[in-house]
Design a protein around this ligand. Structure first.
Ligand SMILES: Cc1cc2nc3c(=O)[nH]c(=O)nc-3n(C[C@H](O)[C@H](O)[C@H](O)COP(=O)(O)OP(=O)(O)OC[C@H]3O[C@@H](n4cnc5c(N)ncnc54)[C@H](O)[C@@H]3O)c2cc1C
Length: 297
């Protein structure tokens, strides 16, 4: 038996081959993954990762694919989506969410239980796993501000990290490079009033709608450089509306790239390189991508 056959034998695996990644990324671009599965249990997650390691097949864990640009050539390996591991529970020390729970469902669960804190993050279209890895944040707060602990899986073993061990910083955490899979995270929230919580959610949703493009995208393309804003530099460089093939810099927010139906991942990648060069030439600032490239560009 080879990798494909052994993988296919895992209980509840639901394996797909040559799965277009444009179906699993918010920007809606990217070629096929050789193998793709939406994992339903920690057992199969561990089995699949262990098998891939044994066969030296590259693995990419994804959540909502909202921070990813997958190459038009696809990903030659196994993509594991966590979106079906999406339970959220109440616990003594807070709210625990499995890695595939969306931030929206986490905020929704908290609101139902009159727990406040996370409202500013409700419009981030990622999962808890992706948000912990990136320490996603908005309107001055980040996921890491509320984390009590994070549970991970690495080489068949479960680990638990307290918040101070997670290495949270601006769009970073220890998990970016540790090679661990985030399994779940627990958040400490305060008691609040349902009307106040709902008002905050509507306020942040409105703010987001008024400042971000409605088109398909992958969120902010660049992290903000120290003491400034990437979007402002791109706008000052006169790049708003600039195009590369079917990809264009949004008129609404210059740190977003929007696409037309003819766009390719290569168009987006080329536009990113052009923005970096222009901003470097004009202002001497090296912009660093927030979006992650998957596969060969
Ligand atoms: C319209 C829009 C608005 C956005 N607004 C914001 C914003 O305000 N603030 C912000 O910070 N971001 C924002 N983003 C970016 C993105 O939503 C966040 O970075 C989000 O946290 C990514 O989560 P995800 O589940 O989509 O991760 P993915 O994009 O699927 O993956 C991102 C990274 O996390 C890793 N990963 C995912 N799950 C796991 C896991 N369980 N274990 C280990 N690694 C994992 C992946 O391997 C990858 O390296 C926005 C994106 C869009 C499209």
């Amino acid at each position: 038996m080879g990798f494909r056959e052994e993988l296919g034998e895992i209980y509840d695996i639901d394996l797909k081959t040559d799965e277009p990644m444009k179906k699993h990324t918010t920007i809606g671009l990217g070629g096929a993954a050789d193998y793709y599965t939406e994992i339903k249990s920690l057992y199969s997650l561990n089995r699949a990762v262990t098998l891939a390691r044994r066969y030296r097949v590259p693995v990419k864990i994804i959540g909502s694919g909202s921070n990813l640009l997958v190459s038009d050539d696809g990903f030659h390996g196994l993509v594991i989506s966590t979106k079906r591991l999406s339970d959220v529970f109440g616990k003594k020390d807070g709210v625990m969410a499995m890695c595939g729970a969306t931030l929206a469902s986490l905020v929704g669960f908290a609101a139902k239980n009159r727990l406040t804190g996370l409202e500013a993050l409700c419009g981030i279209p990622g999962t808890v796993g992706g948000a912990v890895v990136q320490n996603a944040g908005a309107f001055g707060v980040s996921v890491g501000d509320f984390v009590v602990s994070v549970e991970t899986l690495k080489r068949g073993k479960l680990f638990r990290y307290d918040a101070e061990e997670c290495g949270f910083g601006y769009r970073k955490s220890r998990f970016k490079k540790s090679g661990e899979t985030i399994v779940s995270a627990t958040f400490a929230l305060k008691n609040g009033k349902l009307t106040d919580i709902n008002n905050k959610i509507s306020e942040y949703t409105k703010k987001r709608r008024s400042s971000q493009p409605p088109d398909k995208n992958c969120g902010s393309v660049f992290v903000n450089p120290k003491g400034g804003y990437a979007g402002e530099l791109i706008e000052r460089a006169g790049l708003k509306g600039f195009r590369s093939g079917g990809a264009a810099i949004s008129f609404k927010h210059a740190n977003f790239i929007v696409t037309s139906s003819s766009a390719t991942a290569t168009d987006v990648y080329n536009l990113i390189q052009y923005i970096k060069k222009t901003v470097k030439d004009k202002f001497g600032v090296t912009l660093k991508e927030e979006v992650e490239f998957i596969g060969e560009f």
